[in-house]
Design a protein around this ligand. Structure first.
Ligand SMILES: [Zn+2]
Length: 271
């Protein structure tokens, strides 16, 4: 499942083929993904020039010179394919640029989404309204986190997954960051000291940036035709490693927290 680093890597991979290019063809091969494509998608995007790309949480943003922003979410299995050798059954949306490059949004499970909003109204896009700060951004600090967690008795892990507290963090990166910061996933969030939150903020940044970097280096492999953006293999500290030894020697454990697996080291993350 694509998380923030995959989306960031995808956006960076789209920049060289989309930025400054005019869209000469916009074609939806079906009516919907998780929900319907905007009915006027083709009309509003065909002929538009892409002026910039960006990311907010796990959403990719494609701005145009017409004042519209296309917002895509990759859901569980979405990816963009660049100049695919041939189109498949799961290539649901095609964009073609004036340079002759074809981009296909491929999504076998169709949990992804595509929306089109006015760029100056992006902040009012419902998923963005109450969204917390970007974890790689400057707005995410020990102080903002301290304020957001103040008085909360819920486990730190659950609150880090809450998009209102910090944007775009998924289960894998939360497990990894808590391990790096040596904080127990079940620790009451409001009772973690500022010093430890400082470590946690640094750990969240570190795991995300390492993954973005890993994705960036795998991007070079995508220079070939039919490249697929957004997925790369990573080495996890604890995630998916139940029973293996942590760096400290203790076996990594897995626990089920309301349907999600939590991986942690019982020795490094005691409190
Ligand atoms: Zn350990």
């Amino acid at each position: 499942m694509p998380e923030l680093p995959e989306v960031e890597t995808t956006v960076r991979g789209l920049v060289p083929v989309l930025e400054g290019r005019r869209l000469v063809r916009v074609e939806a091969k079906r009516a919907d993904l998780r929900r319907a494509f905007p009915p006027d998608l083709r009309q509003r995007l065909t002929g538009a020039i892409v002026t910039g790309l960006g990311r907010r949480a796990k959403y990719g943003l494609i701005d145009t010179d017409r004042g519209d922003t296309m917002i895509f979410h990759l859901g569980m299995s979405g990816r963009w394919r660049i100049d695919p050798a041939e189109l498949g059954a799961h290539d649901h949306l095609l964009l073609e640029t004036d340079a002759g490059c074809v981009l296909a949004l491929n999504d076998p499970r169709r949990f992804g989404s595509v929306d089109l909003v006015r760029t100056d109204g992006l902040a009012a896009y419902p998923p963005f309204v109450a969204m917390g700060p970007e974890p790689p951004g400057e707005g995410f600090t020990a102080d903002t986190l301290l304020a957001a967690l103040d008085g909360r008795s819920a486990p730190i892990k659950a609150l880090l997954l809450d998009q209102r507290i910090v944007a775009g963090l998924g289960n894998i990166y939360v497990c990894e960051a808590l391990h790096l910061a040596k904080i127990a996933p079940g620790r009451a969030a409001g009772r973690i000291s500022r010093d430890r939150l400082e470590r946690l903020v640094a750990a969240i940044r570190a795991v995300l940036l390492a993954a973005i970097e890993a994705g960036g280096s795998s991007l070079r492999d995508y220079a070939r035709p039919s490249g697929e953006l957004g997925y790369f293999s990573k080495q996890w500290r604890v995630y998916g490693r139940e029973g293996e030894a942590c760096g400290c020697g203790a076996p990594i454990r897995r626990r089920n927290d309301s349907g999600r697996s939590t991986f942690f080291c019982p020795r490094c993350q005691r409190s």
